[in-house]
Design a protein around this ligand. Structure first.
Ligand code: AMP
Length: 428
């Protein structure tokens, strides 16, 4: 516990539902990010970044007042004058805002955008559900709603998981129709669940009035049971939505992406239209990513009607799945030598010796704060360095260094100016 000046006591503990990413975890993050950034580049997605905070109205108008995100999960509201800002709970609405604000349609259509960063939702923390988490988002914005873009966004998310060796990834997919066909489906759902109102949870009773589709999203046992006999959207699609979905599935077949139809998949955000999907994997109870089409979002935020589709991958969940499935990360491959110094002059000159090694692209560990040679060599051993460069008073005067093979103990003295060439040869 820590005491402040005012004698209040608080625990030494980070914010609830948020994680420190410690050094041991960084290789996992590097691996996921490297694959995602490389695939974004390969498939021609242009990188975009947006601020950590946005106007609350962006989410209220875009994501929807009845969505969980807006209703319960907006985090850290700050008011300055008439402006209300929140920590961003999702990326797509901010990307759409930036698209309109900067006239990004000028970059050509389709415009493929890639976004990576932290998001904040005031959730009840549990496995796979954090208050700060990171997403990798891929969006395709275009003048038309060509189903090929739906397949291409699902493809990039799938490839990330595949390249990370996540097992048996499946795209769970559905369509939720459009402005024309969804109202009739909504009415039927409302009627169906209305007759069973007494059996619904309090949240679903509220959803019944505001957005009955969201009842299909409820994870409670009773709702799961009731939705088995609920009307299904496929029976209510208008012809364009029907053809659109059929073509998306044909493209997934062409790409050989494994998918499963799930009529109850609706996803939590109100801006979705037509295709919605999620990525599930063997033995993992939560979705590793998800996405869908959002043809009206840009218009809702004040832009010209512009169809778009996107996919968002959750980094923490992906890493969790890798660990659960026993996927390992190979350690840093580039070998590093250990520079051990003896005496003040060698210590001082070691500073420039490290720079000389850096310029020669040779990785080096050092312990310039430790004076004992024994302690330094112990450290070299612990770090698994194959070679030690021993730099004493005599060597510092003579501009030479001892290169010792830490496995065999064999050593030789070489002139400092040859260090790059000799060390590279020995490391081969
Ligand atoms: P969404 O933005 O809700 O469509 O979520 C897309 C993906 O982000 C999910 O499939 C998860 O992988 C991840 N995600 C969403 N919410 C959370 C959360 N609270 N904690 C961790 N990951 C999350």
């Amino acid at each position: 516990m820590v005491k402040t000046k005012k004698e209040t006591v608080f625990p030494v503990q980070g914010p609830k539902g948020m994680h420190d990413i410690l050094p041991a975890d960084q290789p996992w993050w590097d691996r996921v990010n490297k694959i995602a950034f490389d695939l974004a580049d390969y498939y021609n997605f242009l990188r975009i970044e947006t601020p950590i905070i946005e106007r609350a109205e962006i989410y209220e108008a875009g994501v929807g007042e009845t969505s969980d995100i807006v209703e319960k999960q907006m985090f850290g509201l700050v008011k300055t004058g008439n402006d209300r800002y929140v920590l961003r709970p999702e990326a797509t609405a901010a990307i759409a805002r930036a698209y309109i604000e900067h006239g990004l349609q000028q970059l050509g259509q389709p415009l493929k955008l890639f976004w990576a960063g932290p998001l904040f939702r005031h959730e009840q923390p549990q496995a796979g559900r954090l208050r700060q988490f990171h997403q990798l988002d891929f969006e395709i914005i275009s003048n038309d709603d060509d189903p090929v873009y739906d397949a291409q966004t699902a493809l990039v998310g799938f490839r990330i998981l595949e390249e990370l060796k996540i097992k048996n990834v499946c795209v769970i997919i559905n369509t939720i129709g459009c402005k024309n066909c969804r109202p009739a489906f909504r009415r039927e759902l409302k009627e169906y669940f209305g007759e069973k109102k007494d059996e619904l949870c309090a949240d679903c009773v509220r959803r019944l009035a505001e957005n009955p589709l969201r009842i299909l999203d409820c994870k409670k046992e009773k709702e799961q049971e009731l939705k088995q006999s609920a009307p299904i959207i496929i029976d209510h699609l208008c012809a364009p939505c029907h053809d659109h979905f059929k073509t998306v599935l044909e493209y997934l077949d062409e790409l050989a992406l494994p998918y499963e139809l799930d009529h109850s998949l609706v996803r939590g955000l109100d801006y979705y239209t037509k295709t919605v999907f999620e990525f599930m994997s063997e033995g993992v109870s939560f979705a590793l990513g998800g996405g869908g089409r959002y043809d009206y979002l840009i218009e809702l935020l004040g832009g010209k009607q512009t169809p778009a589709v996107g996919c968002a991958m959750g980094v923490e969940r992906i890493i969790e799945a890798m660990k659960l499935q026993g996927i390992t990360i190979s350690p840093r491959t580039k070998q590093r030598v250990f520079l051990a110094h003896i005496g003040d002059l060698a210590k001082r000159k070691s500073l420039s010796l490290v720079e000389q090694l850096r310029e020669a692209h040779i990785g080096v560990y050092e312990a310039l704060g430790k004076d004992s040679l024994k302690a330094q060599l112990r450290m070299a051993d612990k770090l698994g360095a194959p070679l030690a460069l021993i730099f004493g008073q005599k060597e510092a005067f003579e501009e030479s260094v001892i290169v010792r093979n830490l496995k065999t103990g064999a050593q030789e003295t070489i002139p400092l100016k040859k260090i790059g060439e000799v060390v590279k040869r020995k490391l081969k």
